[in-house]
Design a protein around this ligand. Structure first.
Ligand SMILES: *[C@@H]1O[C@H](CO)[C@@H](O)[C@H](O)[C@H]1NC(C)=O
Ligand SMILES: *[C@@H]1O[C@H](CO)[C@@H](O)[C@H](O)[C@H]1NC(C)=O
Ligand SMILES: *[C@@H]1O[C@H](CO)[C@@H](O)[C@H](O)[C@H]1NC(C)=O
Ligand SMILES: *[C@@H]1O[C@H](CO)[C@@H](O)[C@H](O)[C@H]1NC(C)=O
Ligand SMILES: *[C@@H]1O[C@H](CO)[C@@H](O)[C@H](O)[C@H]1NC(C)=O
Ligand SMILES: *[C@@H]1O[C@H](CO)[C@@H](O)[C@H](O)[C@H]1NC(C)=O
Ligand SMILES: *[C@@H]1O[C@H](CO)[C@@H](O)[C@H](O)[C@H]1NC(C)=O
Ligand SMILES: *[C@@H]1O[C@H](CO)[C@@H](O)[C@H](O)[C@H]1NC(C)=O
Length: 251
C-alpha cells in the first residue's frame, strides 16, 4: 500500500515537473525563435519564421531557412530550384523572389529555373496572384495573339548549319498550359512566374516582350504559412496538393 502510494506520488511529481517544463520551455523556445533578426545583402529584416542557415538552431522555423550567398539572400524551392530573395513582407506574409537567370539590365537574360508544376506541399509556400510566362522555340513563325515575339531581346536563330534549323522565339502568357496545346514544331524552353497586375486585363496583344521582361525582373510573390489558405483543393477542412508529380499539365 505504502509503496504504491509513494510511487504514484513520484509519478505525479514527475508529471507535474514535465508539464511545467513543457509549458515554460516551449514558451521560452518560441520567444527565442522569434527574437532573432538577421540580414543579408539588401534584405535586412530576416525574422520569424525565416532564418539564415548559419543562424543559431533556435532561430526561426527550419522550414523557412534561407541562405546568404555572396551577399545575396537565397531560397531553395525543392520543386523549382534556387531563387534570389528580393523582399519579405511580414504583414502580407509574402516573399518576393527572382529567378537568378533574369538580369535587370539585360532583356536577353532568361530564367534559369524551369518549374514544371505548381508548388507542392513540401515547398511550404503557396502561389500568390501569379501567372506564367512560357518560353518557346518554334520551327515556323507563328501568327497568334497568344504569342509574343521576343525580338530583339531573344532573336530568331539563323540556320548556320543544317543540323541546327532556323528557330523562332516566342513567349506565351498564361496561367495554365497543357503540353498538347503546344503548336507543332514548338518546344518549351523555359518558364517563369510573374505577378499579375503589371498589365491591364488579360490582353497581351500590345505588350512587348521588353515589358514582360521588366515585369519578370521585379520578381514574383509567394505566400508563406500556406496552411492559412489552401493552395490545392479543399475537402472539408483538409487541403490536398493540387498536382500529382509527373502529370502532363505544365502548371
Ligand atoms: C553586403 O551588403 C551590405 C549591404 O548592402 C554591404 O554593406 C556590404 O558591404 C556587402 N558586403 C560584401 C562582402 O559585398
Ligand atoms: C521586422 O519584422 C518584424 C516581424 O517579424 C517586425 O515586428 C519589425 O517591425 C520589422 N522591422 C523592420 C525594421 O521592418
Ligand atoms: C545578356 O544575357 C545574355 C543571355 O544570358 C548573354 O548572352 C549576354 O552576354 C548578356 N549581355 C550582357 C551585356 O550582359
Ligand atoms: C496573321 O493573322 C491575321 C488574322 O488572323 C491576318 O490578318 C494577318 O495577315 C496574319 N499575318 C501574317 C503575317 O500571316
Ligand atoms: C523573327 O521572326 C519573326 C517572324 O518571321 C519576325 O516577325 C521577327 O521580326 C524576327 N525577328 C528578328 C529579330 O529578326
Ligand atoms: C537581335 O537582333 C537585333 C536586331 O537585329 C540586334 O540589335 C540584337 O543585338 C540582337 N539580340 C541578340 C540577343 O542577339
Ligand atoms: C489577381 O490579379 C488580378 C489582375 O490584377 C485581379 O483581377 C484579381 O482580383 C486578383 N486576385 C486576387 C485574389 O488578388
Ligand atoms: C494596340 O496598339 C495600337 C497602336 O498603339 C492600337 O491602335 C490598338 O488599338 C491597340 N490594341 C489593343 C487591343 O489595345
Amino acid at each position: 500500500m505504502e509503496i504504491s502510494g509513494s510511487r504514484s506520488f513520484t509519478l505525479s511529481l514527475a508529471f507535474l515537473l514535465l508539464s511545467f517544463c513543457s509549458g515554460t520551455c516551449n514558451a521560452k523556445d518560441d520567444t527565442s525563435a522569434k527574437s532573432c533578426t538577421s540580414s543579408c545583402g539588401h534584405v535586412h529584416n530576416i525574422s520569424y519564421p525565416f532564418r539564415l542557415n548559419d543562424d543559431p538552431k533556435y532561430c526561426g522555423d527550419v522550414r523557412y531557412t534561407l541562405s546568404c550567398e555572396s551577399n545575396i539572400t537565397v531560397l531553395y524551392l525543392p520543386s523549382s530550384g534556387k531563387y534570389y530573395v528580393q523582399a519579405i513582407n511580414y504583414n502580407d506574409k509574402t516573399i518576393r523572389l527572382l529567378d537568378p537567370g533574369l538580369v535587370n539590365t539585360n532583356c536577353s537574360s532568361m530564367p534559369r529555373n524551369f518549374p514544371h508544376n505548381t508548388l507542392y506541399y513540401y515547398d511550404h509556400y503557396s502561389r500568390g496572384n501569379l501567372t506564367s510566362i512560357y518560353y518557346f522555340k518554334c520551327l515556323n513563325p507563328l501568327n497568334s495573339s497568344l504569342y509574343v515575339d521576343t525580338a530583339p531581346c531573344l532573336n530568331n536563330t539563323s540556320s548556320s548549319s543544317s543540323s541546327q534549323p532556323k528557330t523562332y522565339s516566342y513567349v506565351m502568357v498564361g496561367q495554365y498550359m497543357e503540353v498538347w496545346e503546344l503548336d507543332e514544331g514548338c518546344s518549351a524552353e523555359g518558364r517563369a512566374w510573374m505577378n499579375l497586375g503589371h498589365f491591364d486585363h488579360s490582353d497581351y496583344t500590345n505588350v512587348s516582350y521588353k515589358d514582360i521582361h521588366s515585369a519578370l525582373v521585379y520578381g514574383f510573390e509567394l505566400h508563406f504559412w500556406p496552411g492559412i489558405r489552401c493552395q490545392g483543393w479543399n475537402y472539408g477542412s483538409s487541403c490536398f496538393p493540387d498536382t500529382i508529380p509527373g502529370a502532363s499539365t505544365l502548371d
